[in-house]
Design a protein around this ligand. Structure first.
Ligand code: BES
Ligand code: MN
Ligand code: ZN
Length: 498
């Protein structure tokens, strides 16, 4: 979709549709007021007769409104004006895009970004509008899976800002939003692909294309390279599969050469059947999404590269399948990680931490400023937080705060979870330095505790995205989260360094 920023009058738009807000109860926004005036009370008349009362998320499509130059006017219910917070704004915007995509119009001008949202500024409104519009207009399609059927009609969206001197703010927000939207879109695309297409080899090919397009440095380690490095933990997961594992390393170096890099590590299990500790059949298909951490760090790299952010960023993707096989990990097997620490694999389905720990040790060579890993790590995290927030764990409170803030800023929230030493005890093993599971109690916390043992040399945070990376049910599909959070975090890092 194409976006542009303009400052104009709602009644003078020569476009397929103009989108304006209406508050509950029957209160016109400034843009709606302007249309009402030129049309000699057409809108207020409709409201008075009860066609629309401004209920949040409702829409009313009007044709040939007198004295306007556009084909249609879309009224969007925004709820009570004094309760108009970010959630309500997002809901109204989302409803407006859904409605536009049903009208058949290919272009529109939205005046929703000029509405006053409690505690949020214009740049936030513009960014959200663009990201939501892009999100609502995405459809999965692939020649070998599902051919494009009903493509959304909307192709061009003009985002109106209230004053001429707001144009620069709008443009800057638009640029940021488009980079994020493109990163999200790619992350969704990779996430949605089935396991027989999106293999570790496929992810490596995609990473190569990204590197070529943005002139990034790339290295992909093969099984033999990983053997030399002693990545016994990662390789123990990979050996139950016919698909060769890959270890992808991408580098964007636009910061000062003396500046230590941020390292992002994404879990890239392209299918997680559980291994010998096999998962139940119901919903096992959703374990194709077990590479959404990988997709999110690749999507973030795309956004960062597109924005040419002045930072040094390293993205690492350890990727393989987790399947049952005669050669697969068995419960009770003991493996040696790259760090030298040994692990008793009590449950082969706790494989994410087994591949991440070796990537975390590998990350040491970059002498990172911070390391953040992103993983669909535990079902327990979904029980704890549901589908609204990602679980956040860290060995550094100010890093955790920065990530929470980035999540708030981008409406891609994370919630700081505890990781006290007391939990470490649950990982004791009689046969190795640690077990790979810590029992049912606090499952997302003990998973983070396991990872923390590989983060002794740097500041580190872990995002458990098991509940946020994809949706189940009728709207099944990858969300692209937490690309917005990560990109905002990196934008903030870049401005700190500037
Ligand atoms: N990829 C799963 C986590 C997962 C499960 C995410 C369901 C979203 C929905 C992970 O590899 C896994 O299987 N974790 C186990 C850990 C357990 C064996 C300690 C889990 O959560 O059940
Ligand atoms: Mn698993
Ligand atoms: Zn998994």
């Amino acid at each position: 979709m194409e976006f542009s920023i303009k400052n104009g009058n709602p009644e003078k738009q020569r476009l397929g549709c103009v989108v304006v807000g209406v508050f509950n109860y029957r209160k016109l926004s400034a843009a709606a007021e302007a249309i009402d005036e030129v049309s000699e009370g057409y809108l207020s008349g409709l409201l008075r007769r009860g066609d629309m009362d401004g209920k949040l998320g409702s829409t009313l499509l009007l044709h040939h409104v007198p004295n306007t130059l556009c084909d249609r006017v879309l009224l969007v219910g925004c709820g009570k004006e004094r309760d108009f917070h970010e959630r309500e704004y997002r809901q109204a915007v989302s409803a407006s895009i859904k409605a536009l995509n049903n009208t058949g119009t290919s272009d529109a001008a939205s005046f929703l970004a000029e509405l006053t949202v409690k505690r949020r500024e214009l740049s936030w409104c513009v960014e959200q509008l663009v990201e939501i519009a892009a999100e609502e207009s995405y459809r999965f399609s692939h020649p070998d899976c599902k051919k494009e059927e009903s493509v959304p009609s909307l192709k061009k969206l003009v985002v109106n800002v209230p004053q001429r001197n707001h144009l620069a703010i709008g443009e800057a927000a638009l640029k940021k939003a488009q980079a994020i939207a493109n990163g999200v879109r790619w992350a969704r695309e990779l996430g949605n692909l089935p396991g027989n297409i999106c293999t570790p080899t496929y992810l490596a090919e995609q990473a190569h294309e990204l590197a070529k397009h943005y002139e990034l440095k790339i290295e992909v380690l093969e099984r033999a390279d990983m053997e030399v490095l002693g990545m016994g933990s990662l390789l123990s997961v990979a050996k139950g599969s016919r698909q060769p594992p890959k270890f992808i390393v991408l580098q964007h170096s636009k910061g000062k050469s003396t500046q230590k890099p941020v390292v992002l590590i994404g879990k890239g299990i392209t299918f997680d059947a559980g291994g010998i500790s096999i998962k139940p059949a119901a919903e096992m298909d959703e374990m194709k999404f077990d590479m959404c951490g990988a997709a999110s760090v690749l999507g973030t790299m795309k956004a960062v590269a597109e924005l040419q952010l002045a930072i040094n960023l390293v993205v690492i993707v350890p990727t393989c399948e987790n399947l049952p096989d005669g050669d697969a990990n068995k419960p009770g097997d003991v493996v040696t990680s790259m760090s030298g620490q040994t692990i008793e694999v009590l449950n082969t389905d706790a494989e994410g931490r087994l591949i991440l720990c070796d990537a975390m040790t590998y990350a040491e060579r970059f002498e990172p400023e911070v390391v953040v890993d992103i993983a669909t790590l535990t079902g327990a995290c979904v029980i704890a937080l549901g589908h609204h927030a990602s679980g956040l764990f860290s060995n550094n409170d100010s890093l955790a705060r920065a990530l929470v803030n980035a999540g708030e800023e981008s409406s891609d929230r994370a919630w700081h979870m505890p990781m006290w030493e007391d939990y470490q005890e649950q990982l004791k093993s009689n046969f190795a330095d640690m077990a790979n599971i810590g029992g049912r109690a606090g499952g997302s916390i003990t998973a983070a505790c396991f990872l923390s043992r590989y983060a002794k040399k740097y500041d580190w945070a872990h995002l458990d995205i098991a509940g946020t990376a994809w949706k189940s049910g009728k709207e099944k599909g990858a969300t692209g989260r937490p690309v917005p959070l990560l990109t905002h975090f990196l934008l903030q890092q870049a401005s700190k360094k500037a």
